[in-house]
Design a protein around this ligand. Structure first.
Ligand SMILES: [Zn+2]
Length: 97
């Protein structure tokens, strides 16, 4: 691929590994598919281990609620399905966050 003038949709081929070789695989949290870590979408959420209804009551009383950080990985198809990522126009794809 390298060196050839192949028309491609994304400069990084949808991955962030550059010239690095094989990447570690992670499991998609939704479908269980194994995806390369640099290709998967990583989502970190702070989740309270307490039930939402109970948490609301406790919050009213001003209790400190512990939160747990949960990191999830999604394969591209699941990320698109869940609205985490989506198709972007040619110009927007070049935008950097
Ligand atoms: Zn998936």
């Amino acid at each position: 691929m390298r060196g050839l003038k192949v028309p491609r949709k994304r400069k990084n081929r949808g991955r962030s590994k550059g010239r690095k070789g094989r990447q570690k695989f992670v499991q998609c949290s939704a479908c269980g598919k194994l995806v390369p870590a640099d290709k998967a979408k990583r989502i970190t959420r702070w989740i309270s281990p307490i039930e939402p209804s109970l948490a609301r009551e406790l919050k009213k009383k001003g209790t400190y609620l512990p939160k747990v950080r949960r990191t999830e990985y999604y394969c591209i198809s699941c990320a698109v399905f869940r609205g985490i990522v989506g198709p972007r126009s040619r110009a927007k794809r070049k935008e950097r966050k």
